[in-house]
Design a protein around this ligand. Sequence first.
Ligand code: GLV
Ligand code: MN
Ligand code: MN
Length: 383
Amino acid sequence: MATPAERAAREHFASWARANEYKLSQDRVGNLFARREGKRKDASPIVAGSHLDTVKTGGAYDGAYGVAGAMCALELLDARNVSTEHPIEAAAWVGEEGSRFPLGCLGSAVFAGLTPADHALALADETGTTLGDALAHEAGGLLRNVPQRENNDIAAYVELHVEQGPILERAGVRLGIVTAIASQRRFRVTLEGDSGHAGTVPMAIRSDSLGGAAEIILAIESRARTLGEAVVTVGRMTVEPGSANVIPSRVTFTVDMRSPHDANVDAIEQSLRDALSRTAASRGLRTALESLEERSATPMTPHMREAVRRGANATGERSMDVPSGAGHDTMCIAAIAPVAMIFVPSIGGVSHVGVEKTSDADLELGVETLAAALVEVDRDLRA
Ligand code: GLV
Ligand code: MN
Ligand code: MN
């Protein structure tokens, strides 16, 4: 996030908006909006969007497709001379992945008022640079000459995204209507023991923090397996001092836990807490558990799902209901507006890896569905 590549994408979004005479705005953390006016100038906008950032090893579709798809949907409405009552906006959220600053859905959380902007701007990356500094001074900073967005009033939100899993492809269906987004919690765990010489300290008197981390990770994995419909991932770990012949004194790692059911996430969190105290006692480790984020399961708004279904039907293509195991900006926007999501298939069900891909035909179908769904939502809001 806040990298030159993201900046280039945001500049592209801005010049596209200007070229199409859409009203551009930006907020304090760098979220960008392009507004296609409706017949009622005072009406709150219907917003379609997603995020521009990726995970470090990510591909080109997770997030960026939903932004590009929203841009294409606005252009489709123009090309077909469709006029809506409500303004329709394309949104590009920042920092959805939490890869650089330790908060997922950062931009949409600030927009929805779930995280104060000042708190987000004070978050530091691994080098100690804060988001505020990065936006003010780095190449990826805020765009100049873009008006500040005045408020967060929105009438509805629709996010188009690649599925990132195998359900649609396996069912041979090209459009997914999301039912709910899984509950998700993320923690940072720190274990501190004693360093020492790898060759001289007998096993019986060691306080090895990395061995302790291994025990904890296996315990939470095993809990998720027995629960079913739950996943847990340790995706990042630092080991200090990090030498082959020195007993690790300090280990820090993240734990990401998810399930469609909040109760399963509660159970994995409990197993993490139990394993931490067991391991601390048996190995003589000092421990710290820090909650990085927590989002309950997010059901999509029933009338919005139906509007998307009508949009999907209008394309003549079959659709099916699917859950989302991945998190999305929609989780945050759901706090302030009715929401829905549209999925298109991910080839091989893979995502968060460089080779993620969706066929051009499915990408186009998603855009057609989004454009039709936006018109349906506008109609619903009028009724
Ligand atoms: C975002 O892609 C997430 O699900 O972590
Ligand atoms: Mn992602
Ligand atoms: Mn995404």
